[in-house]
Design a protein around this ligand. Sequence first.
Ligand code: AMP
Length: 212
Amino acid sequence: MYKYIVFMGPPGSGKGTQAKKIAKKLNYYYFGTGDLMREEADNETELGRIFEQTWRKGELVEDHLVIEFVNNKLKEINQQNIVFDGFPRSAEQVQFFKENFNLNEALAINLEVPVDDLIKRLSTRLVCEKCDHIYKESKVQDKEVCPACGGHLVERDDDKPEILHERIAVYKEETKPLIDFFKENGHILNIDGTPSVEEVEKNIWEKINAYK
Ligand code: AMP
């Protein structure tokens, strides 16, 4: 079994949701840079403020900041088996990845979803401020209260329409080329991300296990 699973896919492809589920099933450490950066911002550190200013614009945080942040967090958690969500996301980050992890022990999972679906999904999702759980607007009775923990549900700042288009454009420009990198230098599974969460999870699980 691979030691590192790297979830890739455009914003709204469901990679965060799937990465968490697969990490739990495999008993691997979930390492989501988006969640870690939001946590840093919640702690109101100087770095957190920079992260927040950047994602509000729909842009990627500068590579040198991300790499130092990730490097520190990896040392802190000191885990052998990791599910990555949202990292690496650029050519420079993949270089760091390559230098620190054996690509033969890494499996990338690329979730494919057409752009129209991404926009529909992201513009109707709510996230819990407390537990980070994500919901479809139509699936919650009270649009302000998290059914899981009672926390406050909000729209993510970067899910607002004008920012959404920017995030998708940035993904195409900076992150999509990494699919080719993993195809040429490592292992990658392409998964159709359009069916239900349960079905996508089942497909990923079956493919991961068949790919050992
Ligand atoms: P996510 O929750 O993965 O969509 O990440 C939210 C935002 O955090 C992104 O739009 C970026 O601004 C920032 N971010 C997360 N991971 C990275 C990364 N690996 N490189 C650069 N920026 C990142």
